[in-house]
Unconditional design. Structure first.
Lengths: 248, 261
């Protein structure tokens, strides 16, 4: 069954732009990205939208639908009423290139700032031996599709542009946690998580977890455990003393 | 004319939406309910601390347990002790209040709830916060939140004492409604305490080789299951402690008088 859906879509380049109203055909079983494509095909051929897999696995079509960060390809039209006007805007934390496409290079910059996996010098590739239970915590974080919606929704940078220089965002704090929990990673990441990547800015309001399309428990399984590891290092005199006494 | 900073120039490259949020759902409901729930608890707690009807054989109100001064009735004292003596003339509940209050105040779940509902930082996801600056938990006073694990150790003690109180009530009045209210409350308090993120870290979360510590790994697995329900346990135990406390005070005041009270 089809109906004419009412849409308001952000159009513009750079920061300049406006919400434009459209009426577009919506068919049963469609997702928001399908409707955006129909809009592109029938009424706004120059509408810019980034997309790729249409299966929720590439993380390209991140946008804000009725104000919530969502993947366009995973947001079913059946979740809205036929009378509802659906507002589609680009991710609000990043600069707009055109229409719904944002410049997410902040994320790539932050990714580069994290030292890569650092195995012990005496263990060669092919010699790693790990139990499944030792790596399954990290494996949850490998489900990340880098849609950057967690970084987009995080108020630390969403509402405070000035924090972008010293806050890596949940995506990359999770990456630090992943490496710090890895049984074969020997790099010291606790101090830098706090000092260089801004873990202390996180006030664990869990928006990153709420918007994650892969349902990764970013806050409970990555950010809070990493905060606790930092507490071990920086704020817990008992752990410090224990490490001094029992260090081999 | 104001000078344009690099920061504001970068911000102007974002979509210039003039509204705080475009969300159309009732995003304000959760922080409003949280605000109401926590405010109600604070008001009740303030009243309960100064209320003197905290003991009626064999029940002691959770807000006043353990009772550690000579001002406490004989039966209300923990193991009959009064280590604080008679110099402390304020309500006895104030002596131990800091442990459970500090535990909840620094709890990772409650931090989320009051940062959202009281400090509006942010009030809800993708809703703009009203503050111009944000430094999070990087400096005083909020950097003190990192002491949570010490409050956890104290909360374990409080959980054990409330369980002891409930067991005493069970021994002396097994058919009493108050006994079962205290037992349920003690169970919820203990479960909430064990579901704490710091507890999860202490059991084995800090390790990188679970396989070398199978017992700690099993404990971590158990705590992780509880931890997934931390929010629910936080609210359930918050209300259970208020209900149990209020019930005991009502019995002590003679307001509730039925035979199995």
């Amino acid at each position: 069954m089809s109906y004419k859906g009412k849409f308001r879509v952000w159009r513009g380049e750079g920061g300049e732009g406006r919400l434009e109203d459209f009426t577009v055909e919506v068919n049963e079983g469609e997702v928001v990205l399908d409707v955006i494509h129909r809009l592109q095909a029938t009424q706004a051929p120059d509408l810019a939208v980034r997309w790729n897999c249409k299966a929720g696995k590439c993380g390209s079509c991140s946008m804000e639908i009725n104000g919530k960060p969502r993947l366009g390809c995973m947001t079913r039209m059946s979740t809205f009423t036929e009378e509802e006007t659906i507002t589609v805007t680009p991710m609000r934390t990043f600069p707009v290139i055109k229409d719904l496409v944002t410049d997410v290079s902040y994320n790539y910059q932050k990714a580069r700032e994290i030292p890569s996996f650092t195995p012990p010098a005496d263990v060669k590739p092919g010699e790693y031996r790990m139990q499944q239970i030792d790596v399954e915590r990290s494996q949850e974080f490998r489900k990340c599709i880098e849609c950057f919606m967690c970084n987009n929704v995080c108020h630390v940078i969403r509402d405070h542009e000035e924090n972008k220089t010293h806050f890596a965002g949940p995506r990359f704090l999770m990456r630090i946690a992943e490496l710090d929990m890895h049984p074969y990673d020997v790099a010291d990441r606790k101090d830098s998580a706090q000092e260089d990547h801004g873990l202390g800015y996180c006030n664990i309001t869990k928006c990153c977890t709420e918007v994650c399309p892969e349902h990764i428990k970013i806050t409970d399984n990555a950010l809070i455990p990493m905060k606790e590891r930092v507490v071990d290092r920086k704020y817990d005199p008992l752990v410090w003393l224990g490490n001094k006494i029992f260090r081999r | 004319m104001t000078q344009q900073t690099a920061e504001s120039a970068a911000r102007k490259q974002r979509a210039q939406l003039k509204v705080r949020t475009l969300r159309t759902d009732r995003w304000w409901l959760a922080p409003a309910l949280t605000f109401a729930g926590l405010t109600f608890f604070l008001i009740y707690g303030f009243w309960a601390i100064f209320d003197k009807s905290y003991f009626v054989e064999p029940y002691i109100a959770p807000f006043s347990s353990p009772c550690l001064t000579t001002a406490c009735p004989e039966g209300a004292r923990l193991f009959g002790w009064a280590p604080i003596g008679d110099w402390f003339t304020l309500p006895p509940g104030l002596i131990i209040l800091g442990l459970p209050a500090g535990f909840r105040f620094t709890c990772y779940y409650y931090r989320k709830s009051y940062y959202r509902s009281f400090w509006l930082s942010p009030p809800a996801c993708a809703v703009g916060e009203p503050h111009k600056k944000y430094t999070g938990e990087t400096r005083l006073p909020l950097v003190i939140q990192n002491v949570h694990r010490y409050f956890f150790y104290g909360a374990i003690l409080i959980g054990a004492i409330l369980s002891y109180d409930a067991v005493l009530a069970l021994i002396h009045k097994p058919a009493g409604l108050g006994t079962w209210i205290l037992l349920v409350n003690a169970a919820l308090i203990v479960l909430y305490t064990l579901s704490c993120h710091s507890c999860r870290h202490i059991t084995a979360g800090r390790l990188n080789h679970f396989s070398k510590h199978p017992l700690r790994y099993r404990a971590w697995t158990f705590v992780s299951k509880l931890n997934a329900k931390h929010m629910q346990l936080a609210w359930a135990s918050l209300f259970s402690v208020m209900i149990a406390d209020f019930y005991v005070r009502m019995v002590a005041k003679g307001v509730i008088t039925f035979p199995f009270a």
